[in-house]
Write a protein that binds this ligand. Structure first.
Ligand code: GL4
Length: 812
């Protein structure tokens, strides 16, 4: 057998019988059990293996085709990936769904039972982590040779439990039962240094030797990332921290000092223990910085290893490599690549800097000043002494460049420096990311514009061509095809085929069906059926959803003021013709973010109050399903009528939930913020409920001495709602929320209250006319095609990465 051709790949079952054989073989040989005694978990594991084998065969062909084409590789560096459940996705992407359903039936199980055992890896927080997952999906779908790098946290984002006390956090041991989707690759282990000191190299001014004080191993495992409707299967490589063998202290163990014997190993392995360790202590912050460097160091060494397989010169590195930094978390990659090139591979500083700058690109995901990462210089000095030296040198040369362009402008130098001086010396990671990259992008048009005009204005003045926009997108597979099978079938029927799943702009063909009464009725019936499945409230009520992380700028508190006002209106006039509503909140708050947790607790209190009120409860229900994650989002989104996107304009970089909801026919009520603006422009003003200040008005209001009291005093209903909170009927937590709004109201909640309420009245007016509402709903779906992450990736590929697809030949 010629091993170079076909690599002796196992033939995989394509008929139901063959698939069944493969499943049984996995059950016998990998699970060591039999049909008679197989548990649901045995069946799940065997099925996952069988599906994975199909993808692995494609993976082998992908690796061969990509290597043969010697392309420019896209490496995506991200501290977070919110991948969602894998089984259903992999069944769809491998085309084995029907075969699988039949095969597991013969074992006495339903596919749904097994899907329940498929745990989602919660390796991220919210939108940023989910975006990373959508982009790797679309990279594979677009046949782009790419690897996603991340950390394999033992514990993902906490499991949230909602009680009357608010949010409680439990550890998320997502891989407790093992993870059938990953392949460990211990041979590609890397050693990562921390602490220690640097030593000069005689005769060199730029090269140094770094002698680390601690060394930790990074062990990769990879998950397969199949493309849809194509042969490509890319991977994401996730690093786990491993202590070296030497870190186990056998003599202490023998002396009965069991805890001491393993303490060094525990310390090393803590690096990949949890996603975002609490950073309210110095040790917690240092651990985060350690995580960042751990990810960066392992990944860069892996990237360099892959490059060197070809024995090409360093001058081609940037032609063969582009590294996308997902926000600033992996920005230490810039000094790390400099260190590898200059110290370890003896490349001259100037050449190394040119290579580095051409290799990296940076996506910024925020406008909030407090979210722009900085690290204390002294922490860097201790943990990464060599990197700090390199950063200083980069900064010195950079400031020289600024000085040459703007001679004598000292204030500008101070503003732009990578090092902040006051009140404490800190490294500004966003500045480092802008200086060390070829392209910088925001994630929605408004966001990119505000980056250029505010947060990064000095940099945009220096390098205008560096700044770009790439509007976010979402995976049409996960967020409509898988999440909403009923609607997907109707769309396929309406459009005549299912090519829209891989080419979302085709949804525009639904526009003509919006005026077809029978189509509308079927559309409406599907929404209703999805609500019945969700079982959150009366399926005939207006299902009003606000699903996202809890943050004051997102303004869950504004929604709550609306709920309180509705409550009071209904109580005052119970006989009126009220539109029944189910208000659904879901989302997590950062464990140390007390104001956000207060809002969760207040929602729980108010929900219980309404539930217990026989006058109000027939018309108004507030539900808060706990532990919002990708899996839960896939259930809620198809059932939503109204999508709440009510952040203060100028604060939400993009939002992606807004896109998922519009795609599933929810109508948005929103401000002119983030991608809402682009959604409105596409679905049409008539099919979007707009309210509130725009970003410029909001900024001006703050500058002009915004007074929340002023709105409180002038608006009777607002006053009544606020007074209810202050009165203490909803407990201390109600008081605290009210105090914060009346005292300062950072996000202008009270200023937008009246406009929001009036807009909600327009919502109700439209809702009372089902034909009109359904038409709006259909048009939202029809014009959401732009928000496919396939389009986002095509934008990055053309404008930032300059890479082309490498199609993988089919198996013959
Ligand atoms: C975020 C933004 O807050 C969010 O608007 C955006 O959609 C997302 C992906 O670009 O990135 N930035 C951070 S930080 N977390 C996010 O979710």
């Amino acid at each position: 057998m010629d091993l170079r051709q076909g690599i002796g790949l196992r033939k995989l079952g394509k008929t139901a019988d063959e698939f069944q054989q493969d499943l049984l073989s996995n059950l016998y040989y990998r699970r060591g059990t039999t049909v008679e005694s197989a548990s649901a978990r045995d069946a799940y594991e065997a099925l996952a293996q069988t599906v994975r084998d199909h993808l692995a065969e494609r993976r082998a062909r992908t690796a061969a085709a990509q290597f043969a084409s010697n392309p420019r590789w896209v490496y995506y560096l991200s501290a977070e990936y919110l991948l969602g459940a894998q089984l259903e996705q992999n069944l769809l992407y491998s085309g084995t769904g029907d075969l699988a359903a039949e095969a597991v039936k013969a074992l006495g199980f339903g596919l749904e039972d097994l899907e329940d055992l498929d745990v989602e890896p919660g390796l991220g927080n919210g939108g940023l982590g989910r975006l990373a997952a959508c982009l790797v999906d679309s990279l594979a779908t677009r046949d782009i040779p790419a690897v996603g790098y991340g950390i394999r946290y033992d514990l993902g984002i906490f499991r949230q439990v909602i009680t009357e006390e608010g949010q409680a956090e439990l550890p998320d041991d997502w891989a407790f039962h093992g993870n059938p989707w990953e392949f460990p690759a211990p041979d590609d282990r890397q050693a990562v240094g921390f602490y220690g000191h640097t030593e000069p190299i005689p005769g060199s001014t730029t090269r140094k030797v770094w002698v680390p004080g601690e060394v930790v191993l990074g062990e990769p495992s990879h998950m397969l990332v199949p493309g849809f409707g194509t042969e490509t299967v890319n991977i994401i490589r996730l690093w786990s921290a491993k202590a070296s063998e030497a870190s186990f202290d056998l003599s202490r163990f023998s002396a009965g000092q069991y805890a001491e014997a393993v303490q060094e190993a525990v310390r090393a392995e803590n690096i990949s223990k949890v996603l975002y360790p609490d950073d309210s202590t110095e040790l917690g912050r240092e651990l985060r910085l350690k995580q960042q460097y751990f990810l960066v160091s392992c990944s860069l060494r892996d990237i360099v290893r892959r490059f060197r397989l070809r024995n090409e010169g360093w001058d081609t590195f940037a032609d063969k490599t582009v590294i996308q930094l997902n926000d600033t978390h992996p920005t230490i990659a810039i000094p790390e690549l400099m260190r590898l090139l200059v110290d370890e591979y003896e490349v001259e500083w100037e050449q190394a800097w040119e290579i580095t700058r051409r290799t990296f690109a940076y996506t910024c995901h925020t406008l909030l000043p407090e979210a722009l990462e900085t690290w204390p210089v002294r922490m860097f000095e201790k943990l990464l002494p060599r990197h700090l030296e390199i950063i200083y040198l980069i900064n010195m040369l950079f400031l020289r460049e600024v000085e040459a362009r703007f001679p004598g402008d000292h204030d500008r130098l101070r503003r732009m420096s990578i090092i902040q001086e006051d009140p404490e010396r800190r490294v500004r990671m966003a500045h480092l990311a802008v200086v060390g990259t070829e392209a910088v992008n925001g994630v929605a048009e408004l966001h990119s514009k505000l980056l250029r005009e505010t947060v990064l204005d000095d940099f945009a003045a220096l390098w205008p061509a560096k700044f770009q926009n790439v509007t976010n997108g979402v995976s049409p597979r996960r967020f409509i095809k898988i999440a909403n099978p009923r609607l997907s079938d109707l769309i396929t029927e309406g459009l005549g085929d299912d090519s829209w799943v891989g080419d979302l702009e085709r949804l525009a063909g639904l526009e003509r069906l919006a005026d077809d009464a029978s189509f509308r009725e079927r559309w409406q019936a599907i929404k209703r059926a999805n609500k019945v499945d969700l079982a959150a409230g009366d399926p005939d009520s207006l299902t009003d959803v606000m699903i996202k992380r809890f943050h004051e700028y997102k303004r869950q508190q504004l929604k709550l003021l609306h709920v309180i006002t509705l409550y009071q209106r209904i109580r005052q006039n119970p006989a009126a013709d009220w539109v029944p509503r189910t208000v659904l909140f879901a989302g997590k708050a950062a464990p140390a973010y007390h104001a956000a947790k207060d809002i969760i607790r207040l929602i729980a209190t108010i929900a219980a109050r309404i539930e217990a009120d026989p006058v109000v409860s027939p018309y108004l229900k507030v539900v808060f399903p706990s532990n919002y994650n990708v899996t839960l989002a896939e259930r809620i989104i198809p059932a939503a009528d109204l999508s709440e996107q009510i952040s203060l304009a100028g604060k939400e970089a993009s939002g992606t939930g807004n896109m998922k909801l519009a795609l599933n026919g929810a109508v948005t009520i929103g401000t002119l913020d983030g991608a809402n603006i682009e959604i409105r422009a596409r679905v049409g003003e008539d099919n979007f409920f707009l309210f509130g200040l725009d970003a410029y008005e909001a900024a001006r209001a703050r500058i002009n001495g915004y007074q929340p009291r002023h709105f409180y005093e002038r608006d009777e209903e607002l006053r009544a709602a606020m007074d209810t909170l202050t009165s203490g009927v909803f407990g201390e937590v109600g008081r605290r929320v009210a105090d914060s709004l009346l005292g300062w109201d950072e996000y202008l909640t009270l200023a937008d209250f009246r406009s929001y309420l009036e807009c909600q009245e327009q919502v109700e007016k439209s809702w009372r006319d089902p034909a009109r509402w359904t038409r709006m709903s259909i048009l939202n779906t029809a014009h959401s095609g732009f928000f496919s992450s396939d389009r986002t990736v095509a934008d990055y590929a053309a404008r930032i990465w300059r890479v082309a697809p490498v199609p993988v030949p089919r198996e013959d």
